[in-house]
Structures are given as structure tokens and as C-alpha cells.
Design a protein. Structure first.
Length: 209
């Protein structure tokens, strides 16, 4: 069954806090029924760089904040190694509720489907419209397909800066993919290199003003 979508729950506002509060009442798809809470984006309302992930994980769902689980800890380390300050970035997800399957007492991440991504897209559209970033960093294929193009392949276009109508975008892997990599050290180094491209892109923009 087609999800009704989040559009009717997104208020007409220029205030990010109002948008965040409204997201807690979203019923745009069925994921809210089992998730603990909505996990909205966090960071400066005037951030020049927005990082977009896939969806909240188990820890994010419990704590109500994006990127606070194992993948978030790895992201923090990679950002620091790339010379980026997390406090200056806005972090969000393409989908705002945790989708999972239960295995015993564990809740195992399950990727959101296209229906859920589309249903939730109004929230991210509203976030980007308010923040007006210069660069959007897509962490993983689902984020890249939600932001850039449904046919986008990170394996082929990773690390390339793409001009969109209102901002530029760049895609890399999701930090959870680094955690799962057979050679984690190699995957981590490549991930940091991609984040260094983000820093270089922003430095280039700053000097060209």
C-alpha cells in the first residue's frame, strides 16, 4: 500500500526547531509504529555543510539523536582526522525512523524501501530549504539516491562533486560500511580521504569569494 507521505505533517515555517517538533507527530509511513521516536537532524541552522545518512540505528532510536551509535563514533573520528569539526556540520538522515527486524532481544537494522524514502523526503527537503547549505555530503547509496538521483551508484561516482540546483553534493560510503569492511583500515583511510575532499571543497569556496 502506498504511504501517504510526510507532506501534510510538514509545517510552513522558517524555524528549524518548529520543524523538528512537528516531525515527532509524523505518520507519513508505517515506520513510526515500531520506532521509539522520530530522530530529526541536528546542527547549526546556518551550516555550510549537511551530512545525510540513511536512517537512525538502534542507539539513535533510543537516544533520539543522529549518529550516536558505533557508526556515529567512527564518523566522529573520521571527521576529526579529515580536519572537519562536527559542531559546525548539520547531520540528518533520509529517513527519520528506525526500521528493523527483531531477532530475540536484538533489533537488527533493515534498509528502508523506496516507498519509505519517498514518503519521508518532505522532511529533508524542508531541512535543506531552511539551512541552505553550500555542500551536501551523502553517506551511502540510500542517501545519495534520495538527494542526488534514484539511479546514483556510489561505487561509480564516489568522491565526485556534483552541481545541484541549490547546492553541490558529494557521495561517499556510510560509516557503517567501514565497520563491516573486510579490511577496515583500508576502508577507513578511503573514507577519510573522501571527507578531506569535503574540507578541500569548502576551503576552495571560501577563498574564491
Amino acid at each position: 500500500m502506498k504511504a501517504p507521505g510526510a507532506d501534510e505533517f510538514v509545517p510552513d515555517t522558517r524555524d528549524l526547531a518548529t520543524l523538528r517538533t512537528a516531525s515527532c507527530e509524523c505518520r507519513g509511513c508505517d515506520l513510526y509504529r515500531h520506532a521509539t521516536q522520530t530522530v530529526f537532524g541536528e546542527g547549526p541552522a546556518d551550516a555550510a555543510v549537511v551530512l545525510v545518512g540513511e536512517q537512525p540505528g538502534d542507539q539513535e532510536d533510543q537516544q533520539g539523536h543522529p549518529f550516536v551509535g558505533p557508526a556515529g563514533h567512527l564518523l566522529d573520528r573520521a571527521l576529526a582526522d579529515a580536519g572537519l569539526d562536527r559542531e559546525t556540520l548539520y547531520l540528518t538522515n533520509a529517513v527519520k525512523h528506525f526500521k528493523f527486524v527483531e531477532r530475540g532481544k536484538r533489533r537488527i537494522h533493515k534498509p528502508p524501501g523506496r516507498t519509505e524514502i519517498v514518503a519521508c523526503s518532505a522532511w529533508m527537503t524542508a531541512e535543506l530549504a531552511l539551512i541552505r547549505p553550500k555542500l551536501v555530503v551523502c553517506l551511502g547509496a540510500i542517501a545519495a539516491q534520495a538527494v542526488i538521483d534514484p539511479a546514483f551508484k556510489v561505487s561509480k561516482q564516489r568522491g565526485h562533486v556534483i552541481s545541484m540546483s541549490d547546492y553541490r553534493a558529494i557521495a561517499t560510503v556510510h560509516p557503517s560500511a567501514v565497520l563491516r569492511a573486510p579490511d577496515r583500515a583500508e576502508a577507513y583511510a578511503a573514507f577519510v580521504d573522501d571527507l578531506k575532499k569535503v574540507r578541500a571543497e569548502m576551503s576552495k569556496r571560501a577563498t574564491s569569494r
